[in-house]
Design a protein around this ligand. Sequence first.
Ligand code: SAM
Length: 263
Amino acid sequence: MSGGFDLKSRLQELGITPKKALGQNFLVSPTVIEKIISAVKARKFSDLVEIGPGVGALTERLLEEGFRPRLIELDRDLARYWRGRDLEVIEADALRLNWDELGLRKGSLLVSNLPYQISTHIVIDRCLGPKDLTYMILMFQKEVAERIQAKPRTKDYGMLSVMAQTHFKIARICEASQRDFYPPPKVASRVLSFERLPEVDLGPRFLRLLKAGFAFRRKFLLKNLSGTVDKSKLERLIPAKARAEELSPADWVKLYNKIYERD
Ligand code: SAM
């Protein structure tokens, strides 16, 4: 359990008012914090990275457990604070950072109570790499988590679901309600764990295919893909009336391999 981390005093000490634009909804629930920490500890990882340490709800516990996370923090004041604590801080936008330059070792783990504005992008970007980032324990708005885990033929199923499920084995760690944060966000949240599936080699072209395929949900897949793939080829591969949401993640991989003759 936490050695007495007090969010309000830390905010006062640092003279910080939570910034909405940076998605600063700080975790205050010891139960949720401990579930995240247990999930981290349960994995045998090499390097540990945290996006957005904020005022330290997770970071302090990671330090107490003897880990030394590398921190990616966009807020200049918070970045300065953590540098002052003698930790490696990458003061940057996690979306713009070149993650390959981090030099992460195989089996690395990313943990974050993600700022909600960047959460879907982070998942998609991390699907593409770095490949040595093996594990992720991430907090999302519940509706984003539902989209990530959605099954085919449901309203939540889309490009994000296929991308995430073709690259990672995903499981739910816990739920978090509005009152588990300060200030409370408008919606509930959920923590998911990700473990990279071995030998997946899909890349940005697969993402482009999914984006095109799911662009207009009411249209047939054939129509959606007609600008991306040769029509006569497509007609041989998919039924005229198939829709993007009817293809499972495995079907999407098969289709991709056939389109680009990767079999
Ligand atoms: N980990 C802390 C916690 O759980 O209480 C803070 C989480 S808060 C939801 C999100 C954190 O991410 C904030 O510290 C915020 O400054 C930082 N942040 C926001 N946008 C960012 C970005 N694009 N890149 C890196 N950090 C960002």
